[in-house]
Design a protein around this ligand. Structure first.
Ligand code: 6CS
Ligand code: FE
Length: 310
């Protein structure tokens, strides 16, 4: 007889929608694994499911990163690759994935002490990059990202076992009320919304332009928003938002003239490496969900290791 462990976070089965209480911590190991956030910042992250830190990067650092992303967005070698996603209905650049491996400057950003130590502290272990991307949200053309929990997708489509990952979004332009800032639902990280609909093969080919599966139902969304409200992550370039992998979020289209460019690093715990995807789905490509490139990242300020014979 084959017995299978039931999945705590079942989603996209033929059952209806459901709200399931989170069984995983939000802050691991009491937040003692690394020292980056104050006790107050950590408590705020734990209760809201996110934390906005303004002006974490200087104007010069942001400019260098923006220049690099804009250069990548014009590089024929990159434009011809599968890492590039265009906006639905136009050729405008929506996202570039795997930026931490396409660019040495972005690789350094992934290992920057201001980001990686926050991830290590919250996740209570060493970390690696599960996914990185630049989202361009160009003026007039940038389309919305509908409400979703990243974990719901990563659990079903990538086989991520637990809620032990977080995203960090570095604002490369000002994010204001008009250009489609990230919106988060405080407290939503404590509820897993099980979604309806069976995932088609190769879903990522369309989902990264417009998500159709893993979309939460309106009743659950209304409940979450009534409990926690909705907070828009507006701030100047150089600000950073850290948010839990299960925090409900989305953003509106950008009909303003001002681009909204952000770079995302998704840190996953080395104790939460990917299993096979659910329901026999084929694994998504490496540039969307790292399986091979999952060695612990070395922080930029880590003491140099002494090799035998040195
Ligand atoms: O499918 C994914 O992994 C991506 N999709 C969305 C809408 N957000 C998270 C992630 O970048
Ligand atoms: Fe997301």
């Amino acid at each position: 007889m084959v017995t299978t462990m039931s999945d705590l976070y079942d989603s996209r089965t033929d059952r209806g929608t459901a709200i399931i209480a989170r069984q995983d911590p939000v802050v691991y190991a009491g937040g003692a694994y690394a020292q980056a956030l104050s006790a107050q910042q950590l408590a705020s992250y734990e209760s809201d499911g996110f934390l906005l830190i303004e002006d974490l990067f200087s104007a010069a650092e942001v400019q260098a990163l923006l220049d690099e992303i804009q250069r990548m967005g014009k590089d024929p070698a990159i434009l011809g690759g599968e890492e590039v996603i265009t906006e639905p209905g136009s050729d405008a650049l929506r996202s570039v994935f795997r930026v931490h491996e396409l660019s040495p400057l972005l690789n350094k950003l992934a290992r920057d002490p201001r980001l990686i130590h926050v991830a290590r502290q919250i996740l209570g272990s060493e970390v690696y990059i599960h996914q990185s991307r630049a989202n361009m949200k160009p003026g007039f053309k940038g389309k919305e990202f509908y409400w979703h929990s990243d974990f719901e997708t990563w659990h079903v489509e990538d086989g991520m076992p637990s809620m032990r990952a977080l995203s960090c979004s570095l604002l490369l332009t000002e994010n204001n009320a008009c250009n489609g800032p990230l919106m988060l639902v405080p407290g939503s990280q404590r509820h897993f919304i099980s979604c309806q609909g069976k995932t088609p093969e190769n879903n990522y080919r369309s989902s990264l332009k417009k998500q159709e599966y893993g979309v939460p139902d309106p009743v659950s969304l209304q409940l979450l928003a009534e409990q926690g409200g909705i907070r828009a992550m507006t701030g100047g370039a150089g600000s950073v938002v850290f948010f839990d992998c299960n925090t409900m979020h989305g953003s509106n289209g950008n009909i303003s003239p001002w681009p909204r460019a952000n770079v995302f690093m998704v840190y996953n715990s080395v104790e939460n490496r990917l299993s096979p995807p659910k329901y026999g789905l084929a694994p998504r490509p490496e540039h969307i969900a790292a399986r091979r490139g999952n060695a612990a990242l070395v922080p930029l300020d880590a003491p140099a290791t002494v090799h035998a014979g040195d």
